[in-house]
Design a protein around this ligand. Structure first.
Ligand code: AVJ
Length: 315
């Protein structure tokens, strides 16, 4: 077993030994899971990517105006192929004196795609990709006198519960100085049904996405989950802003993972994901609890999504 598989196994065992059972959403994204997530992003009911693109197209100039004539290191956490960011980076590069784009991602193959794209589309900037877990790679970025802007977009912060989100933002803040910025992409509270429909589509794509986690456990950890014997269930709480996803055991059953056994009651749940939605008081609170102050908030036309530009607060 590779070290990554050992970590996966330990996390899965620990999660299923808990009561209530949990599995971490960070394991959704194997090759098949990443493909299904692409399908999700194309669903009409999954409004998030469209709303974020609207922000990119309508607000990039306003955001870039903060950094006029500055030398900037733009560090993107979980950058992926970078396709959605080309427009923003182009606009930013027009107002800055110098721009380094530093995409961080787990996958070195996706970073190759990213680098090729940016070198092709914006040859005047420097692209310096770093592959690996960003808890490891972020501290490796060389100190410079440039202004840092850290990007964490796409509502990825939503997968953290409040304490974890604060811990994560604080960790990044430890690698920033006064005058640096964090640009955070968050999904906003809205009509509860709109959110429910985004996470529980009638075509069953999100169900396949959720069940794929069990399929991955079967393949990589020698499990014997019967995918027919579990259902997908998603719920949204309009006050807490938590959209939560579960797998539901449809019968009493025993599941093997390697030489471990897990008992499931009929209708027992495995919590697999939280996708947190925010309102402005919650964002104020999140920023101040993690050592930032909000400079400005940029929204799409329908006010579904937001990019929160936060400054490092004085220590
Ligand atoms: C990739 C974490 C932003 O929470 O909206 C989509 C993942 N889960 N549908 C989200 C997801 C179910 C997504 N993020």
């Amino acid at each position: 077993m590779t070290p990554n598989t050992v970590t996966f196994l330990n996390d899965v065992l620990a999660g299923l030994q808990q009561n209530p059972k949990t599995l971490s959403s960070k394991y959704f994204y194997d090759e098949e899971g990443s493909k299904i997530f692409q399908e999700i992003m194309d669903m009409p009911s999954y409004y998030l990517p469209k709303a974020e693109l609207d922000i990119i197209h309508s607000q990039s100039k306003a955001i870039a105006s903060h950094f006029r004539s500055k030398k900037v290191d733009l560090i993107e956490l979980g950058a992926g192929d970078g396709r959605k960011m080309v427009h923003f980076v182009k606009i930013l590069s027009k107002s800055t004196a110098e721009l380094n784009y530093i995409p961080l991602d787990i996958s070195s193959s996706i970073l190759k795609v990213n680098r090729d794209l940016f070198e092709q589309e914006i040859p005047e900037i420097h692209v310096k990709p770093l592959a690996g877990d960003f808890f490891q790679t972020l501290p490796e970025i060389e100190d410079s006198t440039h202004t840092r802007i850290v990007l964490f977009l796409g509502s990825n912060i939503g997968n953290f519960r409040k304490e974890k989100a604060i811990e994560f933002l604080g960790f990044v803040g430890d690698h920033l100085q006064q005058g640096d910025f964090f640009l955070l992409g968050v999904d906003l509270k809205k009509h509860p049904r709109t959110i429910r429909n985004a996470y529980d589509d009638p075509g069953g794509i999100t169900k396949r996405f959720n069940l794929n986690l069990l399929k991955r456990i079967n393949r990589e950890l020698n499990g014997d989950f019967d995918l027919q014997a579990f259902d997908h269930y998603a719920t949204y709480h309009p006050i807490t802003g938590a959209s939560e996803s579960f797998l539901i055991s449809l019968q009493q059953q025993t599941v093997q993972i390697g030489d471990h056994e897990f008992e499931f009651e009929k209708n027992e749940t495995i919590q697999t994901e939280i996708s947190q939605k925010y309102d402005f008081p919650m964002l104020e609170n999140l920023a101040s609890e993690s050592g930032y102050s909000i400079d400005s908030i940029y929204k799409d036309t329908d006010e579904q999504f937001a990019w929160v530009l936060m400054k490092v607060a004085s220590h």
